[in-house]
Design a protein around this ligand. Structure first.
Ligand SMILES: [Zn+2]
Length: 127
């Protein structure tokens, strides 16, 4: 994961390029979801092993925890990425990077959040 130091907005005006960007985001998000589902399926498969609930074998418990951690990490990376806005979850928008939070927000949500945090006396949250 690359963390930027400055606020940055990426706007694509050309409709054809917007469509390509949106389709790429959709493909990456779908692939990401497939990976997460495979991990969750693996967790369920391990939990079906009769010994899992009866004896709590450490190797199985550790493996399940490791898989949960991996799935959570993928989700964290996805939410911090430019693929979708963590506020409205839309993936077809121009995005602005918030260096304080290390996340990309769509320009609409960024403007709303900036206004809200400024009114609450925390303008540093959304520069
Ligand atoms: Zn948004």
């Amino acid at each position: 994961m690359i963390l930027l130091k400055k606020k940055r907005t990426i706007v694509i005006k050309e409709p054809c390029l917007r469509r390509i960007r949106n389709n790429l985001r959709t493909i990456i998000l779908k692939a990401n979801t497939q990976i997460q589902l495979r991990i969750l399926d693996e967790i369920e498969r391990i939990k079906q092993i009769p010994d899992y609930y009866e004896n709590h074998p450490p190797e199985l418990l550790n493996k399940v925890q490791e898989l949960y951690d991996k799935e959570k990490q993928i989700e964290r990376i996805k939410r911090a990425s430019i693929l979708l806005c963590p506020s409205c979850f839309k993936s077809d928008k121009d995005m602005t990077y918030n260096p304080v939070r290390g996340e990309w927000y769509c320009t609409d949500c960024y403007a709303k959040l900036k206004k809200g945090f400024t009114e609450e006396g925390q303008p540093e949250q959304f520069p």
